[in-house]
Design a protein around this ligand. Structure first.
Ligand SMILES: *Cc1c(COP(=O)(O)O)cnc(C)c1O
Length: 410
């Protein structure tokens, strides 16, 4: 397999210099930024400084002195331009799972007479599980979770649907929904929409305000590079904020948390979506990680992401590898930033790639995912990954027993 073509693409890549902002381990090709983003150099310094000075020396005074208390809002406002949100609508808090619970409850409250959360079968499990949990808590008269295959969503939108909850880019096959079109369809039937941007934020433009989206959640540790278990974010359009309550009414979302009153009064605006004390170490890491997006347009990210995934897809198809099936759409308008290949020995193939320094992941039952983070992945990464894959398939190296051992996390 020839690699000159990939080297040429790297030479012409306007985002190539951004790779230097990241720590990337020698001798490995990291293609799992869609699961855990790489470490930006500045994050190390920020966390070390925070631990030594702000926590170690300044202790409790740091809530004011270093403005820890405003971190959820500040980080939210840094994320906002990446997802097309005007100020005052995004806050950094908790995990996606917890934020889904808060927003789904809000959506049901904002939709009297409607009780269905409509989603897609095969959506990311936590989205469905949280919907199920909320339905169990509210009871069948007030809430039901329904999920249908992706192609039946429009038909399933009826007068019972309170909220359409979808993930923009599918974690399994990398396919992408049209936010504008589906938001319009939901609104036409009188439903709200909630988009999960876990595999979108930081890899492509999202236009939440322009598409008239009601609610969204997203992930801090994937393409935003906030570190393992980084806090997530949530978006609620300004027009809903003053009517909306959320059930996890903790003290950080109170209008006057330091008055320590006996009863809850929601803070005005997006602040009411805070619940408990934010994890400052994790949030500060995400805060600094977001600086790598300074001066980068989401359009440029998208352009590179499309060319990277296309270069990989073309190379894989050209190799015509027995047993390999491309699950990700070949139409760039229909795919996100990772490429999924299915093979009956997918698990062992993923392990064989990892042993060769190509870090990918596996999703049951048979999918190998290759994530392309446009800020730090190179075209040569795509070429070398394809070369290694080709060698593993042609030599049937995946048959070796040592590749079949499963750990708790895949
Ligand atoms: C990664 C991911 C999540 C993660 O949810 P957490 O509660 O933050 O662990 C949720 N939804 C989707 C679509 C994801 O890809």
């Amino acid at each position: 397999m020839k690699l000159d073509h990939f080297q040429q693409l790297d030479e012409n890549d306007p985002l190539a210099a951004h790779r230097q902002l990241f720590y990337l381990p020698e001798g490995r090709i990291y293609l799992d930024g869609n699961s855990l983003g790489a470490l930006p150099h500045d994050v190390r310094q920020r966390v070390e400084g925070l631990v030594r000075q702000e926590w170690g020396q300044d202790l409790i005074s740091s809530w004011n002195q270093h403005d820890w208390i405003a971190l959820p809002r500040r980080v939210g406002e840094k994320i906002a331009p990446l997802i097309g949100a005007a100020p005052g609508q995004v806050i950094c808090a908790d995990s996606i799972s917890v934020n889904l619970f808060k927003l789904l409850a809000t959506a049901l409250e904002l939709s009297p007479g409607r009780r269905v959360i409509l989603s897609e079968s095969g959506n990311f499990p936590t989205d469905l599980y949280v919907g199920e949990g909320l339905a169990g808590l509210m009871g069948p008269e007030r809430c039901e979770l329904r999920h249908v295959p992706g192609e039946s969503i429009s038909e399933a939108l009826d007068g019972d649907v309170a909220v359409l909850m979808l993930t923009h880019v599918n974690f399994r096959d990398g396919s992408m929904h049209d936010i504008r079109e589906l938001t319009r369809a939901a609104h036409e039937c009188g439903a709200l929409v909630l988009w999960d941007l876990a595999h979108s934020a930081g890899a492509m433009p999202v236009e939440l305000d322009a598409c008239d989206v009601d609610m969204a959640v997203g992930c801090g540790y994937k393409y935003l590079n906030g570190g393992p278990g980084a806090p997530a974010f949530l978006y609620l359009a300004s027009r809903h904020q003053e009517q909306a309550a959320q059930p996890l009414s903790g003290w950080m979302g109170h209008q006057r948390p330091f008055e320590f009153e006996n009863s809850y009064e929601a803070a005005s605006g997006i602040d009411r979506y805070l619940s408990g004390t934010p994890g400052i170490l994790g949030m500060a890491a995400l805060d600094t990680a977001l600086d790598v997006f300074e001066g980068v347009s989401t359009r440029d990210l998208r352009r590179k992401s499309i060319t990277l995934t296309q270069a990989f897809i073309d190379a894989v198809l050209e190799q015509d590898l027995p047993g390999i099936q491309l699950l990700t759409p070949q139409n760039p308008d229909r795919r996100g930033s990772h490429v999924s290949l299915a093979h009956p020995h997918g698990f062992s193939i993923a392990q064989a790639l990892i042993e060769r320094g190509i870090i990918v992941d596996f999703r049951a039952p048979d999918i190998v995912r290759f994530g392309f983070a446009p800020l730090y992945n190179r075209f040569i990464d795509a070429g070398l990954a394809c070369q290694a894959l080709s060698e593993i398939i042609h030599t049937k190296a995946y048959r070796d027993d040592r590749y079949s051992k499963r750990s708790r996390v895949t």
